[in-house]
Design a protein around this ligand. Structure first.
Ligand SMILES: Cc1cc2nc3c(=O)[nH]c(=O)nc-3n(C[C@H](O)[C@H](O)[C@H](O)COP(=O)(O)OP(=O)(O)OC[C@H]3O[C@@H](n4cnc5c(N)ncnc54)[C@H](O)[C@@H]3O)c2cc1C
Length: 418
C-alpha cells in the first residue's frame, strides 16, 4: 500500500469496460492519490457483458444491474470517466494520449483495457436490417426488441457460448430458433465431444433446431431486411432475425500503431507491463505471461477482466504483482448452469473423467493429464468450483476412479494416496 501518493501524477486508462473499472479501483486501493482518468468509447459508465446474452437479454434483469459501480462511485473515488471519447493515438515516447477531437492527455502511466470487438460476418449480408452482432448494451437491447414478440424465425450463426446463450434467450421468448455450427458437436473445441454433446442435447430438448457440421455461404435479404441464411449446400434457412456469434477480435489498433509488441493481443509480462515503458495492458486485449504455465495466455472471460483488471491497477500503483490466477468462466443456458476453471491449452490431450450423471446434466467433468487435474467443469453442481481450483493448483496425481467416485469428497482428493 501507499506506494505512490504523489498527487500531481496522472494515470490514464483506455477502455471503460470491466477491466478498466477494476483497474481504477485497484489503483486507488493501492493508495495512488493522483489523477485517474478512464477514456471510454461507449457512452456509458463501465458495465459487465455476461448479462447481455442472458438475464438482461431475457428481460429478467434491469439496466441498473449491469453497471460495475453506480455513477456516483466514480465521483467519490475521484475517477474521471470520459464517456463517449475514443483514444486515437498513443505516443509512448512523449507519454501522451490523443483523443478523438484532438485533446491530448499527458500520462505518467497508462493502461490499455480496450477489450475486444465482436467478429463481424464478413459477407455483404452483415449490413442487412435484422442481422445482429452482440457486444454492447445497445446491441443487447436491439436484439431483445427483435426477440421479444416471440413469433420470429431466429437463425444463429455460430454454436459457441454466445450463440448458445442467445438461442436459449430466443427460445425463452417462444421464437423458432435454428443454430448453425461449423463443428460436429457444439463447443467441442473447448470441452471435447462428450461434454459438448451435453450442450447439444440441452438445446435440442428445448426445441432448438441445432444443425452442426454446417457452413454458411451467405446472408440474404430483400428491400426490407434479412430473409434467410444460405448454407454451403445451397439450402436457404428462412430468417426474420439473424444473430452472428462467431467470436471476438482484440482491439489492438492503438497499441500496434504505437509500436508495442502485439502477438494475439498486446504482449505483457505477469505484471501487465507492455513493451513500452509505463504502458500496461489487461483484459480481453492482453496476452499476459502466466507464471504457472510458463507462457502467455489471452483470456476473453469476465473473471479475468474482474481479477486481472484489479491486479493491473495495483501493479501500476507500485505493488509487486505476478498474476497467476486459474482461468475461470461460466454460462447459463435454459436450466443448465456451469462453471469452468482450468487451463484450456492443457486440455487438448487430456482424458475426461466424469463424476456424476451426464444424462441428467448434473456432473463435474475433470480434464486429466498425466494423472493431474488441469481443468474442471461443474454443471448444475454448486459450491465446488473452489475445490476444483484447489485440485488443479495441488498438482497431486489422482487415480481416475477416485476422481469419479462421488462418495469421496473433492477436498479429500488432493491428499496424496502414495
Ligand atoms: C454478450 C457477452 C456475453 C458474455 N458472457 C460471458 C460469460 O457468461 N462468462 C464469461 O466469463 N465471460 C463472458 N463474456 C466475456 C466478458 O464479458 C469479457 O471477457 C469482458 O467484457 C472483458 O472485459 P474488458 O474490460 O477487457 O473488455 P471490454 O468489455 O470489451 O471493454 C473494453 C472497452 O474499451 C472500449 N474501447 C476500445 N477501444 C477504445 C479506445 N481506443 N478508446 C476508448 N475506449 C475504447 C470499448 O468500447 C469497450 O467499452 C461475455 C461477453 C459478451 C460480449
Amino acid at each position: 500500500m501507499n506506494h505512490d501518493q504523489t498527487s500531481d501524477r496522472s494515470f490514464v486508462i483506455v477502455g471503460g469496460g470491466l477491466a478498466g473499472a477494476r483497474a481504477a479501483e485497484g489503483i486507488r486501493a493501492e493508495g495512488f492519490a493522483g489523477r485517474v482518468v478512464i477514456v471510454a468509447a461507449e457512452d456509458e459508465i463501465p458495465y459487465i457483458r455476461p448479462p447481455l446474452s442472458k438475464e438482461y437479454l431475457q428481460g429478467k434483469a434491469g439496466r441498473d444491474t449491469v453497471f460495475v459501480h453506480p455513477a456516483d462511485w466514480y465521483d467519490q473515488q475521484n475517477i474521471d470517466v470520459l464517456r463517449g471519447r475514443t483514444a486515437s493515438v498513443l505516443s509512448p515516447r512523449t507519454h501522451e494520449l490523443t483523443l478523438d477531437g484532438g485533446e491530448v492527455l499527458r500520462y505518467d502511466k497508462l493502461l490499455l483495457a480496450t477489450g475486444a470487438a465482436s467478429r463481424r460476418y464478413p459477407g455483404q449480408g452483415a449490413g442487412l436490417a435484422g442481422v445482429h452482432h452482440l457486444r454492447t448494451i445497445g446491441e443487447s437491447e436491439a436484439l431483445r426488441e427483435a426477440l421479444r414478440t416471440g413469433s420470429r424465425r431466429v437463425v444463429i450463426v455460430g454454436a459457441g457460448w454466445i450463440g448458445l446463450e442467445v438461442a436459449a434467450a430466443a427460445r425463452g421468448y417462444g421464437n423458432e430458433v435454428t443454430v448453425l455450427g461449423r463443428e460436429s458437436v457444439p463447443l467441442n473445441l473447448i470441452v471435447g465431444d462428450e461434454v459438448g454433446a451435453v450442450f447439444g442435447e440441452l438445446h435440442r430438448a428445448n426445441g432448438v433446431d441445432l444443425r452442426m457440421s454446417t457452413g454458411v455461404a451467405d446472408i440474404v435479404g430483400d428491400g426490407t431486411g434479412v430473409t434467410g441464411v444460405v448454407l454451403d449446400t445451397g439450402e436457404v434457412v428462412p430468417a426474420d432475425v439473424v444473430v452472428v456469434g462467431i467470436g471476438a477480435v482484440p482491439n489492438i489498433g492503438l497499441a500496434a500503431e504505437a509500436g508495442l509488441a502485439v502477438d494475439n493481443g498486446i504482449v505483457t509480462d505477469a505484471a501487465f507491463r507492455t513493451s513500452a515503458a509505463d504502458v500496461y495492458a489487461v483484459g480481453d486485449v492482453a496476452n499476459v505471461f502466466h507464471p504457472v504455465l510458463g507462457h502467455r495466455i489471452r483470456i476473453e472471460h469476465w473473471a479475468n477482466a474482474e481479477n486481472a483488471g484489479a491486479a493491473a491497477g495495483r501493479s501500476m500503483a507500485g505493488a509487486e504483482v505476478s498474476y497467476a490466477e486459474i482461468p475461470y468462466f461460466y454460462t447459463d443456458q435454459f436450466d443448465l448452469g456451469m462453471e469452468y476453471s482450468g487451463y484450456a491449452d492443457l486440455v487438448q490431450d487430456a482424458a475426461v473423467v466424469i463424476r456424476g450423471d451426464l444424462a441428467a446434466r448434473e456432473f463435474i467433468a475433470f480434464w486429466v493429464a498425466d494423472s493431474r487435474v488441469v481443468a474442471g467443469m461443474n454443471v448444475n453442481v454448486w459450491d465446488v468450483n473452489q475445490a476444483v481450483q484447489d485440485l488443479i493448483r495441488s498438482r497431486v496425481r489422482i487415480d481416475a476412479d477416485r476422481l469419479a467416485d462421488e462418495k469421496i469428497a473433492l477436498t479429500d482428493l488432493s491428499a496424496p494416496t502414495d
